[in-house]
Design a binder for this molecule. Structure first.
Ligand SMILES: [Zn+2]
Length: 408
């Protein structure tokens, strides 16, 4: 197979699920081409000449960082630079390639103990592939200590090792770490591209995909969930109808309870399936499948798993709650758009995020002022910060609902 000239060619097939990121893909494809040229000439890669050993992939949540990192890994391993079909491509994309390590953490921080094995791994030559690729999905969670451990590895990379660190933004990563990486930024993908992806990759209905991409404001993971899970769509709608119901403090407190409950349900739906699968896999590996009572030796391990799952569920619930607040924010953003557009009779050319709730948005816009809407958006921001800072969710949401219900 011949490689078409890089300047005009469409991206290699391996990039097909990395949507709306032409500029970033171009940079990474140039790196793949340079890496192949060096390999063909049996030379070590010279950092700076297209390819380098340490990358920092930044982009807002849901923009497709980890998909892009996997595609890059696949393109590096593929004999054709990313055909998307061969064994190397397929296993790298699926996350099962022996020389591609994907590191994600459930913890708040990446600790020294998490990073040390990676540093050791980085020293090893690839077992069969062309490169040893180590993808760290949450590089923003490195702390001073684990960052220092990683630093050593970044400074003296073996010739066949490539680090791909991912983070929301460069500012989220330790200065010492990010200064040793070449940065590639992803943008928020266009709504239409996300909708396309949901139809093409996930088989979503086109109309639902368009709604989901818009409602999720191009967050690919959220959009996928909204497109494929009717329950998620119903829960989102419930959240967005809350502001119309809070006409008293009592109603606000009830609405708060409902919102926290919806978040709990949503996170349970998201994690429940995985929890059950993990438990089944653990019991299988311990040879205790189908046992009605667990042997004592097995019990401790199961308890440990349950403990981890509980911690993850707590975090998932906070994440889901945060997303619900972002949804609420999108509603008031729509309200503000109408209020600033002279009563909402003018076509502003700005599309509402929540087109399907236009009636409700108009009613809220007519019943308040832009100033009051801005105050409410501030209140949502404050609630998000408090939940992030570990305030009891119900408490933070109650204060928010009371603030939202206050007469303008
Ligand atoms: Zn391939």
């Amino acid at each position: 197979m011949t490689t078409p000239s890089a300047a005009v060619a469409a991206p290699a097939p391996v990039w097909r699920d990395v949507v709306g990121q032409a500029a970033a893909i171009a940079v990474l494809e140039r790196a793949v081409a340079a890496a192949r040229a060096a390999a063909d000439a049996a030379e070590d890669v010279v950092p700076g000449a297209g390819m380098t050993h340490a990358w920092l992939l930044t982009g807002p949540p849901g923009s497709g960082r980890s998909t892009a990192a996997r595609a890059f890994a696949a393109a590096l391993q593929c004999p054709d630079g990313g055909c998307g079909q061969c064994h190397e491509c397929r296993t790298a994309l699926q996350g099962s390639h022996a020389d591609v390590a994907l590191i994600a953490t459930e913890h708040v921080q990446l600790r020294v103990d998490d990073v040390r094995p990676l540093v050791a791994l980085a020293q090893r030559r690839p077992s069969g592939g062309r490169w040893r690729v180590i993808v760290v999905e949450d590089a923003d969670r490195l702390n001073d200590n684990s960052g220092n451990v990683l630093l050593k590895a970044l400074e003296e990379p073996p010739p066949r090792t490539v680090w791909v660190l991912c983070a929301p933004s460069a500012d989220d990563v330790l200065v010492t770490v990010r200064s040793r990486c070449r940065r590639v930024g992803l943008r928020i993908p266009p709504v239409a591209d996300v909708a396309d992806l949901l139809v093409r990759r996930d088989g979503a209905d086109p109309a639902i995909a368009a709604f989901a991409a818009r409602a999720a404001q191009s967050h690919i993971g959220l959009a996928r969930r909204l497109a494929l899970d009717e329950g998620a769509r119903i829960r989102r709608r419930e959240v967005l109808t809350l502001p119309s119901k809070i006409r008293s403090v009592g109603a606000a407190v009830i609405a708060a309870g409902q919102l926290v409950e919806v978040a709990a349900e949503e996170s349970k739906a998201a994690t429940g399936e995985r929890d059950a699968a993990e438990r089944a896999a653990l019991l299988h590996s311990l040879g205790a499948e189908g046992a009605t009572t667990l042997p004592p030796a097995v019990r401790a391990q199961v308890r440990q798993l349950e403990e981890n799952q509980r911690r993850r569920a707590t975090r998932a619930q906070r994440d889901v709650l945060d997303r619900a607040l972002v949804d609420l924010l999108s509603l008031y953003r729509d309200v503000l758009v109408l209020q600033l557009g002279a009563g909402g009779d003018v076509d502003l050319g700005v599309e509402l995020v929540n087109v399907e709730l236009e009636q409700q948005v108009r009613a809220l816009a007519a019943g308040s002022t832009a100033e009051a809407t801005l105050r409410r958006m501030d209140a949502i921001g404050e609630a998000r910060e408090r939940i992030e800072a570990n305030v009891a969710p119900l408490l933070a949401v109650e204060a928010l609902m009371v603030a939202l219900g206050r007469v303008p």
